[in-house]
Ligand binder design. Structure first.
Ligand code: PLP
Length: 358
């Protein structure tokens, strides 16, 4: 196969597609036949290779194991009724990827390599994408430090990889929402820190408080600001929206909060449907007060994996608050609006889809 950038392409001799039940792929359980691998050395990114999915060999002194220089992205590809494959807003993920690289003192990745890689990979592995509603191909680009050197300084060698996993959205309408804990002790991020980027350590550090919350019966955490723990920030891998009466409220992004692609898409879709969206600081007490007055209608998380994840309630300082059942929830209709675009069921008037070139 010849590409604009002369990628080396080695196709698999034996597809593993038949090992997967297309209706039950799980999430991150199966990986497609091919991956992209690109090395950074001698001060530049080398020409990427597309090769059969498989393990790497790494030197034990690789800096990733010691100093945690690693970043990742999460983006989804969809298949329409005619079999065309599109990726949802990958330009946004690409820009965030390089914001993450910059903050973690890693080399930024070239845009043409990223998009050519998507074109080749998704052409080779498009049979893995189930076109049914709720199914997609989760694309995971990541970069990690490979230089074998123990000095605590940025590495001079890295590997950039893209792997793809067929997935089913974990939440379907009609399923009960999840209960979360509004965190008032641990923090995910702090001013001047790395909360706004997707470096691996952000996630590793959140596991312990999340496990403690799970032991108390909560599925996830809503993080609050590290200084006062009085303001709502974001959930595990989702931004959060609160509906009070007919207004949708979400926290502004800053250096503690990830600028979610789903968040910005939902804001646009909601505004275009005439819903008032307020982007402002949200006090936990304001939400508790709205709950007391009966004006708190919905809380939902927004992220690539679930798109919209409704909450059934939340806990805060030892007390649980249950959300009411509402008719025609905003979360559900906004999720449908995004999915209609993703699966090509309506016109893509915002130009959000990147169409894979055959
Ligand atoms: C911490 C965090 N917040 C929010 C999000 C939602 O972002 P997106 O909608 O781009 O998936 C994610 C997922 O990437 C995340 O990891």
């Amino acid at each position: 196969m010849n590409t604009a950038n002369n990628f080396k392409v080695a196709q698999t001799k034996q597809s593993r597609l038949k090992d997967m039940d297309p209706d039950n792929p799980g999430f991150g359980k199966f990986y497609t036949d091919h991956m992209m691998v690109c090395d950074y050395k001698d001060g530049k990114w080398q020409v990427p290779e597309i090769k059969p999915y498989g393990p790497f060999q790494l030197d034990p002194a690789s800096k990733i194991f010691h100093y945690g220089q690693s970043i990742f992205e999460g983006v989804k590809a969809f298949k329409d009724e005619k079999g065309n494959v599109s990726v949802f807003r990958p330009d946004q993920n690409f820009e965030r990827f390089n914001r993450s690289a910059k903050r973690m003192c890693m080399p930024e990745f070239p845009k043409d390599y990223f998009f050519d890689g998507l074109d080749i990979l998704l052409n080779l592995d498009k049979a893995w994408i189930n076109p049914k509603n709720g199914y997609s191909l989760y694309i995971r680009p990541f970069i990690f430090a490979t230089e074998a050197q123990l000095s605590a300084a940025p590495a001079t060698a890295y590997k950039m990889v893209i792997v793809c996993s067929p997935v089913k959205s974990y939440y379907t309408p009609g399923t009960e929402g999840i209960k979360v804990l509004v965190q008032d002790r641990y923090s995910r991020s702090a001013d001047g820190g790395v909360g706004y980027v997707k470096n691996g350590g952000n996630y590793g550090a959140s596991f312990y408080p999340t496990e403690l919350a799970k032991k108390e019966g909560y599925a996830q955490i809503i993080w609050t600001d590290s200084e006062t723990h009085e303001y709502m920030e974001e959930a595990g891998t989702m931004n959060v929206f609160f509906r009070i009466a007919d207004r949708l409220i979400t926290a502004p992004t800053n250096d503690r909060i990830l600028d979610g692609v789903t968040r910005k898409s939902l804001i646009q879709l909601a505004k275009d449907r005439g819903i008032t969206v307020e982007i402002r600081d949200i006090k936990v007490q304001e939400i508790i007060e709205a709950h007391r007055q009966g004006t708190l209608k919905e809380i939902f998380g927004a992220g690539t994996a679930a798109i919209v994840q409704p909450l059934s309630g939340f806990g805060y300082k030892g007390k649980d608050y249950t959300l009411p059942d509402v008719e025609a929830p905003y979360g559900e209709s906004l999720k449908k609006a995004i999915q209609d675009i993703q699966y090509g069921r309506v016109e893509d008037r915002y130009n959000w889809l990147y169409h894979i070139k055959a």
